[in-house]
Design a protein around this ligand. Sequence first.
Ligand code: NAD
Length: 375
Amino acid sequence: MDNGEVEIFTGYRVQYNYVKGPSKGGIRYHPDVTLEEVTALAGLMALKCAVVDVPFGGAKGGVACEPKGMSMDELERMTRRYTYMILPLVGPEQDIPAPDVNTDHQTMSWIMDTYSMLRGYTVPGVVTGKPLQLGGSRGRLNATGRGLAYVTQDMLRSLDLDVIGQRVCVQGFGNVGMNVARFLHEEGCRIVGVTDMTGGIFNAEGIDIRKLASHADKNKGIHGFPEGTFVANHVEANRRLMSMACDVLIPAALENQISEANASDVKARIVVEGANGPVTRGADEILAKKGIYVVPDILANSGGVIVSYFEWVQDIQAYLWSEEEVNVRLKSLMTAAFNQVHEFAKNHQVTLREAAYMLAVDKMAEITRLRGIFP
Ligand code: NAD
């Protein structure tokens, strides 16, 4: 540590499945990281990659630490040591880490550098979520929000609803929430409610998302935005948001936000999961009984992992695509996955979540069956 003392951190890397190709998944730095949590998250990554047909299995990594109390130098040394210790497990053909909670493009740059120094040559494809200068992909930063906007439009169209004029509520105005609100606003939706940690803004006429984004950027949150009704307490704002009469509700902040306690208040026709696990199991059943469609996280928020896949492909080809190329291919993969899940749900009379899980497991099982047992 900076003060000369030695601290021991415990880290993990779990590869859940790699029948289809290298395993893939983020690395998080958080005091609550445990082997069980990392394993569960690796399993979810395997399902997510399978459902959207990217040629990856699932993995996840983590170090139990409190990064907020650590200096940049301490974080860099911890990251390099962790990379050294998982070095035999990772690589572009083997397992490809990415950012997750409390890790970012700088963390990925250190991992890429450490891996490359120990290999003796530069290996950009060992991680994704890198800065553009180190082989990152154009369009990666807003890919999750963009993908969410694509599946929201696909869902609306599947119900024969126009995209233009639909009333949308978004919980969370960070990377995912802000971007999905912005893209849907650009497509003609009316964003009628947005909440973040600093409160909520409501406007039945529709919120100008560009203005709100620049306000949130300057003020570190949406608090004080003048155009609409502002609710300063975020708990109260969330209560209002979740029960608002709207067409689409997008929880894009945290897990367990729609639970048995508030699911019966939801009036939206469609819920699109931006965050991971924002709807609890009990709530899922209540929403299904009410006839509300839930587009599940492993499909809806997979835009990030899809563009991570594109980043890996570009690194291997040593050829950088234009942002337009990235977005066109993202749309094509997301829409194909949505159509598959939607069709499967219809044919098997199950919810979209059940269909996504069933399809993902089917695909992994089929590959395992085709490969057979060695020797
Ligand atoms: P972020 O930190 O950029 O933004 C989080 C936002 O949620 C902030 O606006 C914050 O104020 C708000 N928030 C936090 N607690 C809240 C509460 N109680 N009520 C209302 N708002 C609250 O994070 P992000 O990258 O946008 O990720 C959001 C979610 O999406 C997380 O669950 C994350 O795991 C998931 N996700 C992110 C990505 C990605 O590419 N960033 C990909 C897949 C899934």
